[in-house]
Design a protein. Structure first.
Length: 234
């Protein structure tokens, strides 16, 4: 006598997908052997943040390198949506189900793309549509003021940024600083994977990739999304 065996539900994490060529623009540190990979999708002309097929962070062993072009199949929405909700300003997240490396852009070709994506003649305080708040030299978003552009911006500043070392909880971090003529200080932490050494100045008009960290409550009951510097191009 045949038995009726209930079917197990299959685990579905992503909605219907898109396949496009994607240029890798950044590799940033996420701690504990994980990285964040940012790119530009040539089909949608939008920034993307590459996550695993199950919407997880990527291992630092992933082969993505800045300047590589991949053909990537990805989804912009999880199923159910609550599995990985897309919450502004972090609208770039995509789940990658397949990838194949096509080529690496030579510097001239790569820089032509970067220049086309860059916002010119900006002061650091005006990034992300001027929605940043500044306190003790640090820029951050509050949930009540969210830019429409997302959490990534490539900009050419109209002033230099000078790198310095900053210590926090026995850890040395690289921070880029600008002081204006009235003494105001603007600092942004470097989170890229490339090792940098002092002395280092990012000159005005250099394309810089800025991003916004996930919202974080440092213990005062206020969630902040801090400004980060993930890389620069020259």
């Amino acid at each position: 006598m045949a038995r009726n065996i209930p079917r197990r539900k299959s685990s579905t994490y992503s909605a219907p997908s898109t396949t496009s060529e994607v240029l890798v623009l950044s590799r940033t540190k996420m701690g504990s052997g994980k990285i964040c990979v940012g790119g530009h999708c040539f089909t949608t002309r939008k920034n993307v943040r590459l996550l695993s097929s199950t919407w997880g962070r990527l291992s630092e062993t992933e082969p993505y390198n800045i300047g590589d072009v991949y053909r990537i199949t990805y989804s912009t929405k999880s199923i159910p949506v609550s599995f990985h909700p897309i919450i502004p300003p972090h609208i770039e997240d995509v789940s990658v189900t397949h990838k194949i490396k096509l080529r690496t852009l030579v510097n001239a070709s790569f820089m032509r793309v970067i220049q086309s994506l860059s916002s010119p003649n900006m002061h650091i305080k005006d990034l992300f549509e001027g929605c940043l708040n500044w306190q003790n030299g640090k820029g951050f978003l509050l949930r009540g003021s969210i830019p429409h552009c997302g959490s990534v911006q490539i900009a050419k500043l109209n002033h230099d940024l000078v790198m310095k070392e900053s210590r926090y909880q026995d850890k040395v971090n690289n921070v880029f600083e600008h002081k204006d003529t009235t003494g105001n200080e603007y600092d942004v932490s470097y989170v890229g994977c490339e090792e940098l050494g002092l002395p280092l100045t990012i000159s005005a008009n250099t394309p810089i990739r800025f991003s916004l960290a996930r919202f974080w409550d440092k213990g005062d009951g206020v969630e902040r999304s801090y400004l980060q510097l993930s890389g620069f191009y020259r």
